[in-house]
Design a binder for this molecule. Structure first.
Ligand code: SF4
Ligand code: SF4
Ligand code: SF4
Length: 379
């Protein structure tokens, strides 16, 4: 009975649950099968052909992301035949786009040399902004592909850089479809789809218009899932041309609304340069809205108050926190004594954390004694 639920991968037996694909069983058991188009939260499409595996009895290689596990199935995930197929796919992907991350240079002797070259290159500023984080580049290095088998055919799509959030360079697009699935299946915005046919195929928004003229709401989900440099946030693009510095990832909770989305702040030299959703945990599993993903410039706004101000004779002057708090406490006390607690109202902010808003209402209700507490999204 148990063998009815067992599958053999690379000579080892694994149990599978009804409906699980070969890839899911492999991932659950930490067997690495490379993928480009697969996304946990979307329907598998088998579009990229990177997850091909050998299944005994099958005529050709099969896409493990779309093939359900079956009892007593015998699977191999790394063989010379699979390696050749994956290399062919990668070489074709490279030849059909404009990939300027130096992966095009002959690199078969030393991967370390190759990886150091973009850092020291004079042309660094022209490098693809995804270099170093690109999944296609990573697989090209891993499978040590050659670049001379197929003549390059750059589709020549112009870079779209006409909105404040997202830069689209579709000449680097590998048509994996992740952005389309992220937009349509996960965020259900239905703003982008496949357009045109054959070698002219392209991801389009509203009949091939700029994102800003489409139904796009700039949630940035497509950018987060794009495995290459075809979709990049504008802020990320700009920050990469600056002096290279370590980027620290700080996990936090979005402060815009009560959903509590989990996000990473990418911090370089004390500045937030990018925000991404945390994919492994709820409530958002990587998704964010336009505010959570792009609305962080207020943190570094030059007009932001850093010291308390006290108004005297119609003019503000800087004060210490002790002095300012004493003034506020004294005025609240005298107002309450003269007119009662309900003469006072407390306005909190949507741009502070839920915990801070909780404390503000506690202060209004418990310390002052009024229910006049609200928050204002524009504060
Ligand atoms: S998209 Fe990836 S492979 Fe293409 S140029 Fe950029 S880093 Fe290189
Ligand atoms: S930003 Fe959001 S709405 Fe716009 S195309 Fe990307 S996923 Fe769709
Ligand atoms: S834009 Fe990125 S995510 Fe979308 S199809 Fe192209 S490579 Fe895939």
């Amino acid at each position: 009975m148990e063998s009815e639920k067992m599958i053999l991968i690379n000579g080892h037996e694994f149990m599978f649950f009804p409906g699980e694909t070969i890839l899911q069983v492999a991932q659950r058991n930490e067997i690495d099968i490379p993928t480009l188009c697969f996304m946990k939260r979307a329907t598998p499409t088998g579009a990229c052909r990177m997850c091909l595996v050998e299944v005994e009895g099958a005529r050709g290689l099969v896409a493990s992301c779309a093939m359900p596990a079956a009892p007593k199935m015998v699977v191999r995930t790394e063989t010379p035949r699979i390696g050749r197929a994956r290399r062919l796919t990668l070489e074709l992907l490279f030849s059909s786009g404009h990939h300027n991350c130096l992966v095009q240079e002959p690199l078969r002797d030393s991967q370390t040399d190759f990886q150091l070259r973009p850092i020291t290159s004079k042309e660094r500023e022209d490098l693809c902004p995804a270099s170093g984080t690109c999944r296609l580049q990573e697989l090209a290095l891993r499978y040590r592909i050659g670049i001379d088998r197929f003549p390059p055919s750059d589709p020549g799509h112009p870079i779209e850089n006409v909105n404040p959030f997202i830069v689209r360079d579709l000449s680097k697009c590998i048509l994996c479809g992740r952005c389309v699935q992220a937009c349509n299946e996960i965020q259900v915005n239905n703003a982008i789809s496949y357009g045109y046919r054959g070698s002219g195929s392209k991801i389009v928004a509203k009949g091939d218009r700029a994102l800003k003229d489409s139904d796009c709401v700039f949630c940035g989900e497509c950018v987060q899932v794009c495995p290459v440099g075809a979709l990049v946030t504008k802020q990320d693009m700009e920050s990469r041309t600056q002096e290279e510095a370590a980027t620290e990832m700080v996990r936090t909770t979005c402060s815009y609304c009560g959903v509590g989305c989990q996000l990473y702040l990418h911090v370089r030299e004390d500045k937030i340069v990018k925000v991404t959703g945390v994919e492994e945990v709820g409530p958002n599993y990587g998704s964010l809205c336009v505010k959570g993903r792009f609305g962080y410039d207020f943190v570094h706004d030059s007009g932001r108050l850093k010291k308390p101000l006290i108004r005297e004779n119609g003019k503000f002057r800087e004060a210490s926190w002790d002095e300012a708090l004493n003034v506020v406490a004294g005025k609240l006390k005298s107002l309450k004594e003269a007119h009662g607690a309900d003469a006072i109202g407390v306005l909190s902010s949507a741009r502070i954390t839920n915990e801070e808003n909780y404390l503000a209402q506690k202060f209004a209700r418990a310390a002052i004694g009024t229910n006049n507490i609200d928050h204002c999204a524009r504060l």
